[in-house]
Write a protein that binds this ligand. Structure first.
Ligand code: ADP
Ligand code: ZN
Length: 435
């Protein structure tokens, strides 16, 4: 059994053909959801929309949105569209922002998801000759199992490492000559750091490509990882509510991720008004699952802020591309009335020659927000001269002020003082209890 996961007939389909395919799937999906998910039927009834009103993608805007609050309301079975006995798996969000949500999968859904991951591995040059080290967590988190399934489909020799035990990761990478590494970008940076400490140079490392996602990371961080590991680093995006990683994946051009839009229809909306925005606008990403059976969310608001583009891609794929999400509406900190994304701070640090090892601490004292950023000195920048440290802190605070419009207090801390992440990095400690 050998299937090609560069699915040309889908991935290079013309816009009209794709729209036709999506429309056919949507009509069926809306009927399936209306008949099997009372929670969503009620939302549709409240909005006065019937399945017959949806004749194609152009009618999608008539449907109500679903939000994470709906998922929590309906927990655990309220959005299930298939009998539980037809389901074979659950996964759950990592709980980065509040109570977990649970998603269900039939075998058909697992296959669909693994196909998406297989497309992602193929797009970075993966074939059955590759050794694919999966260092995303295995378990309720979707990362490990998703890429594991994709790697099997492509026929790679799969190393199901899960996250953590970095020493063992390095040993297996070397002993098994792994060629593709899949994990979060922050863990990739950590593995890179460990390899460097053990004296490995980029040319000693067998890896050729990395597939990194599940958290926001900057272009500067990509360049850092590529240099340390001597690889090409590709982005991958997804969320538990839609399946997991593989909803969108990066190709050789490395300028954004192609959405697997034969399965997931993407829209960008204004997060305040809900209005659908034209291509190229920045807004909140919304996904409609076109053919999942068990947990088929329609117009799900991801809270991820990003931009969609249909510009021609040099790889030949016509699938719509999403830019790197710059963070979530709920990752965005409002400090002294100014919007701050952790990714902006990361950009400044990497430009100034620091590593992406930092933590933002926000508090409120006497009704004023305090804004501190702890940043690790790199071994090269390390000094114990107080005057030098103060000057470096001032210079960094100044660059951050230019980027953000507000002034943080920067504390430089010794190398290794900030805990490393084996999964999603914790960048923000907000002590203000605003929720
Ligand atoms: P949680 O919401 O608890 O973090 P998930 O593990 O399902 O649960 O995470 C999905 C979220 O992770 C996405 O909505 C997005 O915010 C983030 N994410 C996933 N992949 C990427 C990526 N490549 N770039 C930026 N953010 C990403
Ligand atoms: Zn492309």
């Amino acid at each position: 059994m050998s299937q090609n996961y560069y699915q040309k007939e889908i991935e290079t389909m013309s816009a009209e053909e794709m729209k036709k395919l999506q429309s056919e799937k949507l009509v069926k999906q809306v009927k399936h959801v209306y008949e099997n998910v009372p929670y969503y039927k009620n939302l549709m009834d409240e909005k006065g929309v019937k399945p017959e009103d949806i004749c194609g993608i152009e009618d999608l805007h008539k449907l109500p949105f679903l939000t994470k609050a709906d998922l929590r309301d309906a927990y655990p079975y309220g959005l299930l569209a298939k009998p539980l006995e037809d389901c074979v798996r659950i996964h759950s969000t990592s709980g980065t922002t509040g109570r977990r949500v649970v998603a269900f999968y039939t075998q058909h859904d697992v296959d669909l998801w693994e196909d998406c991951c297989a497309r992602a591995i193929t797009a970075v040059g993966g074939t059955k000759k590759d050794v694919c080290q999966v260092a995303y967590g295995y378990g309720l988190f979707t990362g490990g199992f998703g890429l594991n399934g994709g790697s099997h489909k492509v026929g790679c020799l799969t190393l199901p490492m899960s996250s953590g035990n970095t020493e063992r990761q390095v040993q297996f990478m070397m002993d098994m000559q792994a060629t593709i590494l899949c994990c979060t970008p922050s863990y990739a940076a950590y593995i890179g750091e460990s390899l460097k400490e053990q004296g490995y140079k980029p040319e000693d490392i067998p890896l050729k490509a990395g597939i990194f996602g599940a958290e926001p990371w900057t272009e500067e961080m990509r360049q850092g990882i590529e240099k340390t590991l001597g690889i090409k680093a590709y982005d991958i995006y997804g969320l538990t509510e839609t399946t997991g990683p593989g909803v969108a994946f990066e190709c050789s051009e490395q300028t954004g991720m192609h959405v697997n839009e034969d399965h997931f229809y993407a829209e960008i909306i204004d997060p305040d008004t809900g209005e659908v925005l034209p291509e190229g606008s920045k807004g909140e990403l919304v996904f409609t699952s076109l053919d999942k059976e068990a947990f088929p969310l329609l117009r799900y608001r991801t809270r991820d802020i990003c931009v969609l583009s249909r510009e021609k891609c040099s790889c030949g794929r016509t699938l719509v591309k999403m830019a790197k999400p710059m963070g979530r509406t709920d990752d965005m900190l409002i400090i002294r009335g100014v919007n701050v994304f952790p990714s902006q701070i990361e950009t400044v640090l990497l430009k100034e020659g620091y590593e992406p090892n930092y933590q933002i601490i926000v508090d409120r004292v006497n009704n004023n927000d305090t804004f501190e950023v702890n940043v690790e000195m790199t071994p090269e920048k390390f000094t114990d001269k107080v005057a030098d440290i103060i000057a470096m802190e001032k210079a960094l605070a100044n660059s951050m002020k230019i980027m953000l419009g507000i002034n943080p207090t920067v504390h430089l801390v010794p190398p290794k003082a900030i805990a490393r992440s084996e999964g999603k990095a914790v960048r923000v400690i907000d002590k203000r209890n605003l929720i």
